[in-house]
Design a protein. Structure first.
Length: 660
């Protein structure tokens, strides 16, 4: 079989080749980019949540400095999903696809070119199941019509040549279906003349290979395969080896691990100690090679205490270092949980809140995170002993203004708005659940279901016993049994935080830690919850209203929030009680954190007896009871005859009778 290699001179092949390559790259890239932001786009709309966020962001923006605004705008442009390199590649790629498709549409050679295929049935105009008589009849009709001797004399030479060629094809088709040898060739090779010449095309024009441009093509291949691909592979490998899955540098992770390995239980964990560990991060050294660890530590401490550090570095460098604390502290949190160290994990979260709010870790941190507060009064102890937002709202507005050192009514209103919209958590109920089971069985996979009341500090808390069971009941539909964590995905995103001193916008969340009560150590990685309804914060149930309505009053339209935490291990193999410690802390606000214990009561499932077995056992019991009754009747009958006989004998004793 002869083989010919032809170049794509008429552009019949290479557009399809290029189109295939582009689609292979762009379709997965586009889908991954679309679904990467689906969580944000699929957020459930909540008008109350939006109202809270709008109020908080207006106040936060009003207190944000101009330098932070400039840094945020630059940061947002750099991290914008619209102007990412991947999105630009996708847009350019789809433009190229549109151009290639248009080129295919306008290329007439693609539509006029036909593959050389021999189909005798199509030539004769008959079906594949046609009989010999139909084949002969069709051949006679076509041969009479297209026979060269029957053609008219007024036809042009071109038309005559086409008809003569068609007559040859008709004759060959008829012979392919009637002659045994030709028919065998057709069935075996697809043509009555036997094997045909196979042409293999190269999806490149000839001038790119045989012409003057051939050296350029070779250079492009060398440049692509020898330089570009190795460069991107090396970059990818370098990032893979240099950074962990949590996004922190391997040297930084190694430093944190070393600190935790050498940590002494007698050492007191403080926010300043965590800041000292952060100052050794490799990310800081790569950002500012001219500064040392002491400089980094001072910059972070100056940020927390809202002091000027321009003598060390300008504001942009300071903001870059502060912004990197997000990933660094979350990386330290994961490592601390890996070492099961509860104290370091808790103080890592406390440090993060200090960095976000730019507030030192003092007993008055809940008050000092609010806007317009006279910090000096609290740092120097010149005010009343008010340390929590709940205590603050026990006073009237005039007294609150005096405590906070705020004389202006508008500024006081701003402060109270922020304080009232910081979510507080009250534990209602916590238990271990197994989907589809009524109790936790040995070696099952339970999860922790936590019922919470998210409320405002200005609202009066209600005893958990006052909430009716129907408000705390778990859903038992099929979807909840199949995926018990789906209830959390249905909640709206928590609004952005009030943090005018943090370089980037923040979205508040709640970090959940789970440990064993007996040794106080963590047992799994933290769970960050960023979807939770804050609808209760916008209600008008203040303390005085609830007190006036009575102690038994429970607002029926208050929303009970649900947090479900997966347990990273199975239930014990033996029956018994195991106590766990759960800590829930806000990531951005100093608020009422939860720290409670929950008991896992492991009980074997009762043995289930099928109705058939129960019926058989009941029948057997009834039969045995009937047999016992028969035996008793026999015994009673025999006893009765004996007694009767004896009586008769006794009656005849006086008559000196020997018996009947």
């Amino acid at each position: 079989m002869a083989l010919n290699y032809d170049y794509d001179e008429t552009s019949e092949t290479w557009p399809f080749f290029l189109l295939t390559l582009l689609l292979m790259v762009l379709i997965p890239l586009t889908l991954s980019q679309l679904f990467s932001g689906s969580g944000e786009r699929q957020r459930e709309h909540d008008s109350r949540q939006d109202s809270i966020e709008k109020k908080i962001m207006q106040i936060s923006d009003a207190h944000t400095g101009s330098s932070i605004w400039k840094f945020r705008n630059t940061f947002d442009k750099k991290n914008s999903k619209i102007w990412k390199k991947r999105n630009l590649v996708i847009v350019v790629g789809w433009i190229l696809i549109a151009m290639v498709v248009e080129a295919i549409k306008q290329n007439e050679a693609i539509y006029t070119a036909k593959a050389v295929l021999f189909d005798p049935y199509e030539i004769l105009g008959i079906s594949v199941s046609a009989a010999d008589r139909e084949i002969k009849s069709a051949y006679r009709k076509l041969s009479v019509k297209f026979h060269p001797d029957k053609l008219g004399h007024d036809l042009t030479q071109e038309v005559r040549s086409k008809m003569e060629e068609l007559y040859v094809q008709i004759t060959k088709a008829y012979e392919a279906l009637t002659d045994e040898n030709l028919k065998e060739n057709y069935l075996k090779y697809g043509h009555p003349d036997g094997p045909q010449t196979t042409s293999h095309g190269i999806a490149l024009p000839r001038f790119l290979v045989d012409g003057a441009a051939s050296p350029l093509v070779v250079l492009c291949y060398i440049f692509l395969l020898g330089l570009i691909m190795p460069f991107f592979v090396s970059q990818w490998w370098s990032r893979t080896q240099s950074y962990t899955n949590k996004g922190i540098h391997t040297k930084t992770a190694s430093h944190f691990v070393d600190r935790l390995i050498n940590y002494k239980p007698s050492e007191v964990i403080t926010v300043q100690l965590i800041i000292h560990w952060l100052s050794e991060a490799e990310e800081f050294k790569l950002t500012c090679p001219h500064l040392n660890s002491a400089d980094f530590e001072k910059i972070l401490l100056d940020h927390i205490n809202r002091r000027d550090s321009s003598q060390i570095a300008d504001v942009n460098i300071r903001y870059k270092l502060v912004a990197k604390c997000h990933s660094l502290l979350h990386g330290l949190l994961d490592i601390a949980c890996g070492f099961r160290n509860t104290d370091i994990a808790i103080f890592t979260l406390e440090t993060f809140k200090c960095v976000v709010q730019a507030v030192p870790h003092t007993p008055y941190r809940q008050i000092m995170q609010l806007p317009n507060v006279d910090k000096k009064k609290f740092l120097e102890g010149l005010t009343d002993d008010v340390r929590t937002l709940g205590k603050l709202f026990t006073y009237d507005d005039k007294k609150i203004g005096k405590i906070l050192g705020i004389d202006n009514e508008d500024l006081l209103r701003e402060t109270l708005t922020v304080a009232a919209n910081i979510p507080q958590l009250q534990l209602i109920k916590a238990e271990f659940l197994v989907p589809g089971e009524k109790q936790v069985t040995p070696l099952s996979t339970p999860h922790i279901s936590i019922k919470l009341l998210v409320y405002s500090a200005r609202q009066k808390t209600i005893s958990p016993e006052k909430f009716p069971e129907e408000m705390l009941a778990e859903s038992d539909d099929f979807e909840s049994q199949r995926d018990p964590f789906s209830i959390m995905e249905q909640e709206p995103l928590i609004p952005h935080s009030y943090c005018p001193f943090f370089p980037t916008k923040r979205r508040n969340g709640f970090c959940c830690l789970v440990g064993l009560q007996k040794d106080g150590k963590l047992i799994q990685t933290p769970v960050i919850v960023q979807k939770l309804s804050l609808a209760n914060l916008d209600k008008d149930f203040d303390k005085r209203t609830i007190e006036n309505l009575g102690a038994d009053f429970v607002p029926e339209d208050w929303k009970i929030a649900t947090i479900k935490l997966p347990l990273g291990q199975q239930a014990p193999a033996e029956n018994g009680d195991v106590y766990f410690r759960v800590v829930i802390k806000s990531t951005d606000y100093f608020a009422t954190d939860l720290d409670f214990s929950v008991c896992m009561h492991v009980t074997s499932a009762p043995v289930q007896v099928s109705p058939d077995v129960e019926e058989e056992e009941q029948t057997e019991n009834e039969d045995s009871e009937e047999e016992d009754d028969d035996d008793d009747d026999d015994e009673s009958d025999s006893d009765y005859s004996d007694i009767d006989t004896d009586t008769e004998v006794e009656e005849n004793v006086d008559g000196k009778s020997t018996g009947t």
